[in-house]
Design a protein around this ligand. Sequence first.
Ligand code: ADP
Ligand code: MG
Length: 223
Amino acid sequence: MAKSENRNFLLEPECDEILRAYNIPVIDSFFAKSPEEAVEASKKLGFPLVEKIVSPDVVHKSDVGGVKVGLSSADEVRKAFVDIQTSVKQKNPSARFYGVYLQKMLKGGIETIVGGTRDPQFGSVVVFGLGGIFVEVLKDVSFRVAPLSQEDAMDMIDEIRAASILNGVRGSKPVDKVALAKLITSVGALMVENKEISSLDLNPVMAMPEGAVAVDSRIILGD
Ligand code: ADP
Ligand code: MG
C-alpha cells in the first residue's frame, strides 16, 4: 500500500497493525472517512476522544491543525472533522485528506517517547525518553542496541536524568515500569525483525499507573 502510493512512511492505522502484531499496546481507534462515520465510531469508542488527520502528505499532524483533543460529544466529533479538513486545506492545500483517526483519549499518564533507528555500526538501536522538552530541548534520552532484555529496558528507563518523574511526584502514582519496559523490548524485536523499517517513532507512549500505551506512531521505510 505505502510503496504503491510512493509513500516512504506508513499511515497511523497501518502502523498500529504492525504494533499489534508485536503485542505493543495501542489505543482503541477507528478510521473514519466522513463526519457521519466519525460520529458512528465515537459511539463505539465512548468519550472523551481525540481526532487526528489521516493523510499521506502530513507527517506532523499538530503542525497543520490536524489533532483535536478532549472531544466529549457527537457534535464536537462532527465539528472536529470539518475543522481539521478546513485547517489542513489552508495550511497545506496540496495535502490529500483520507479522513480522520478517532482515538480514545487517555488521561493521567506521563508522555514518553520510544523510538527505533538504524545505525551503520550498531544495527538496530532503541531510544527512550520523556515527551516534550525533555527530548527536544534537554536531549535526555537513553539508548540500547536491540535485541534487548527486560532488564536492559528497565535500565534504560532508570538511566534518563528525569527518571524520578516516572516514580511519582507530588502525589501522582508511579508509572508501570514493567509494562513500559516490555513495550521497549518489543520495539527492539520489531526493529531487528523488519529491516525494511528505517525508523520508528512512538511519540507519545502514555506511561500509565497500569500499563503503557502508544497513542501516536510513525514508521519510515527504507529503500
Ligand atoms: P503529531 O505528533 O503528529 O502532531 P499526535 O498524535 O502525537 O500528533 O498528537 C499530538 C499530541 O496530542 C500528543 O503529543 C498528545 O499530547 C496528545 N494526544 C494524542 N493522542 C492522544 C490520546 N489518544 N490520548 C491523549 N492524548 C493524546
Ligand atoms: Mg506525536
